[in-house]
Ligand binder design. Structure first.
Ligand SMILES: [Zn+2]
Length: 335
């Protein structure tokens, strides 16, 4: 009896001191490229996995510039979790610099990737651009091989697929399973824990999906066109039946030109867009300009490529999804 109490107290003290007790000390060190993957990894890893996140909350992965601490984190990692689909443009050089030997897991593996939309291609390879010579940073060679999809994104460093796959809850479930597999592979003794944790979390994602679909269901079909600053919601649109139009393409890297903005303003009017939103990861200036020119009122902030900080409304993936949908609904339905 005494012994049990003593152990419990000991463990309690260690926890209070900010250290894990020896029984729950992290067995595994994982690095997640950005906050959304880190949240999945925390849910799967629990106390057994210590997670470092490279791109901070509210950060923009598309244009992220790594810090020296990032290379150090990678060097010490047992597992590295990345989105893949060419989302993390900074990653391959960072991995090389760090000298890490940890496996690098693309957690989007197995999802059905969406092709970069046709209008995306038109948007960036449009005639006006070519005629006006606006794509100055496009190299002639890149245009020369633009016959295949590779050339379409040019200076965006994007592939032929949309990388924002986490904006579908179904895909998030695949991310979670991939993370559980990666942790099981790296720490076989913990596999039962990772499996149990992931199953509990997957059940929550299942409930979230039901809730989200019900919430979107009440939005009338003719009010489902939404404007954002960059094209981060393709999977969301595909899965839940909303239409998103963005000023910028799949990456935030290239700024929208005056012609892009003018085209978007026309499109907003033609398609009778219902709402316009800023994003947590980008400067709101462009969206505010479009709002001003179209008479739409900015309906709030959507969390696209990163979670909020602890004090914000979207500090977990589940909260992010709920917050985005509630924000969209409130702006469209005015409630
Ligand atoms: Zn993005």
């Amino acid at each position: 009896m005494f012994r049990t109490l003593h152990l419990a107290t000991y463990a309690g003290l260690l926890t209070l001191g900010g250290l894990a007790s020896s029984a729950s000390a992290a067995e595994l060190k994982a690095v997640a490229s950005f906050s959304i993957i880190a949240d999945f990894a925390k849910n799967v890893g629990g106390d057994r996995v210590e997670i470092s996140t490279l791109v901070p909350v509210d950060g923009d992965t598309h244009v992220y510039e790594p810090r020296p601490a990032d290379a150090a984190a990678l060097e010490q990692a047992d597992v590295v979790l990345v989105n893949g689909l060419q989302f993390e443009g900074f990653m391959s050089r960072l991995i090389e610099t760090s000298g890490t030997t940890a496996p690098v897991i693309e957690v989007s593996k197995g999802i059905e990737p969406l092709k970069a939309a046709e209008e995306e291609h038109a948007h960036h390879e449009g005639e006006e651009h070519a005629k006006a010579g606006l794509d100055q940073d496009h190299k002639a060679e890149e245009h020369a091989d633009a016959g295949d999809d590779h050339g379409h994104e040019g200076h965006h460093h994007h592939g032929e697929f949309d990388p924002h796959a986490w904006q579908s809850i179904h895909n998030a479930e695949i991310y979670v399973k991939n993370i559980a597999d990666a942790f099981c592979e790296a720490d076989k003794a913990g596999c039962a824990t990772y499996t149990a944790n992931s199953e509990a979390y997957l059940a929550k994602l299942g409930e979230l999906e039901t809730e989200i679909k019900a919430a979107i269901n009440v939005i009338p079909q003719d009010k489902r066109t939404i404007i954002t600053s960059h094209d981060a919601f393709g999977y969301f649109a595909h899965e839940y039946g909303l239409k998103f139009i963005a000023a910028e393409g799949l990456s935030t890297e290239a700024e929208a030109s005056a012609a892009d903005v003018a085209r978007l303003v026309d499109q907003v009017k033609e398609e009778k867009a219902s709402a316009i939103f800023v994003e947590n990861i980008t400067n709101p200036r462009l969206v505010e300009q479009i709002a001003g020119e179209t008479g739409l009122k900015v309906g709030g902030t959507l969390y696209s490529d990163a979670l909020s900080g602890e004090d914000g409304p979207a500090s977990t993936y589940i909260d992010m999804f709920r917050y985005n949908v509630n924000t969209i609904k409130a702006a469209i339905l005015g409630s």
